[in-house]
Design a protein around this ligand. Structure first.
Ligand code: SF4
Length: 325
């Protein structure tokens, strides 16, 4: 089995809502991430799934150190990023890259695609010589399925799918080991989504990349993930390998998310049971007592509102946080 590339241990990120100091008496806190632990092996894809506001994007931002965690450990290649100063973080950051949901907002509209891709190569001293940089830009464009002549275009002259390819090329320019893919296809047409997912998969096998793939529904990560973690209100409620999760989900929340994923066969779709979740995700400012899922859980029992279920091993490589799993 390959080595562990990323180890997240008891990650906590709380935000102070009124701008006060976290922990100060009376300061309201959002528990965006509340004790999350997982590992990702080199070459693996971990899907991180949950409804909006569940803490998945904040988890990704902490791994990228765009947010300083409130507590916990994030070890990348054995080095705890939370202990590094600005200078030391700079060199690690190169190897941990991100692909955003909306590449348009992160691409400078006044720069050509060629300039956008050449910039990190120059700033980080990856390719020092100008002609070699131009050649590398062409290579990156081809690697993501664009043409060398796209280097002369501006972001607004490209389609959404092409812009996302530029976003991917920009991440690749840094020669990363880990890429945090933060909902990279959710803003794209369904037909384009599959092309981008296939490209990511192809790049992974060619370049040995490791992905944390963040998505709000289970259908997107199904194709790509080796393992899947499901988050709800700042916590991981279930984590296991892809097959176990899709064929034998144990947490009621995972089952509800899965039942919302349509099956292409109309006969099967008509026969299967659907779990409709009651109400909305509660506010992380004031999470419910006991199991945070209990107000929406279709099988909740008395114990659920009083006792927090721990994320525990319920089978080989399968953990769930539910008293009844
Ligand atoms: Fe539902 Fe109780 Fe399990 Fe929470 S612990 S998911 S409320 S059954």
């Amino acid at each position: 089995m390959s080595e562990v590339l990323l180890e997240v241990e008891n990650l906590v990120k709380h935000f102070s809502v009124d701008g006060g100091i976290i922990g100060a008496r009376g300061a309201a806190q959002v528990r965006a991430v509340d004790g999350v632990s997982f590992t990702i092996r080199r070459g693996e894809t971990l899907g991180l799934v949950g409804e909006s506001g569940c803490g998945k994007t904040t988890t990704g931002r902490c791994i990228l150190m765009l947010e300083r965690p409130t507590s916990g450990r994030i070890a990348f290649e054995g080095v705890d990023l939370t202990t590094l100063d600005h200078q030391a973080l700079r060199s690690v950051r190169r190897r941990v890259q991100v692909i955003f949901q909306d590449p348009y907002s992160s691409l400078n509209p006044r720069m050509t695609i060629g300039q956008i891709l050449a910039e990190p190569l120059e700033v980080h001293g990856i390719v020092r010589e100008k002609a070699a940089r131009a050649a590398r830009v062409q290579e990156l464009l081809v690697q993501v399925g664009l043409l060398p002549q796209h280097a002369q275009r501006y972001p607004h002259q490209l389609s959404g799918g092409q812009r996302q390819r530029v976003g991917i090329a920009r991440a690749l320019a840094m020669e990363p080991s880990l890429i945090v893919c933060d909902e990279p296809v959710s803003a794209l047409d369904v037909s384009i989504q599959a092309q981008i997912v296939n490209l990511l998969e192809d790049l992974q096998s060619r370049l040995g990349l490791t992905y944390l793939f963040i998505a709000h529904d289970l259908s997107v990560v199904r194709h790509l993930s080796d393992r899947v973690a499901v988050m709800y209100l700042g916590k991981i409620v279930e984590i296991t390998d892809r097959l176990r999760l899709y064929e034998g989900p144990k947490h009621p929340y995972t089952r509800a998310l899965l039942s919302a994923v349509p099956i292409p066969d109309p006969a099967l779709e008509a026969r299967r049971e659907h779990t409709v979740l009651r109400g909305e995700v509660p506010s992380p400012l004031n999470p419910p007592s006991g199991c945070v899922f209990h107000p929406r859980c279709p099988i909740a029992v008395h114990r659920c509102s009083a006792e927090v279920p721990q994320l525990r091993e319920i089978g080989a490589g399968h953990r769930a946080a539910c008293h009844l799993a």
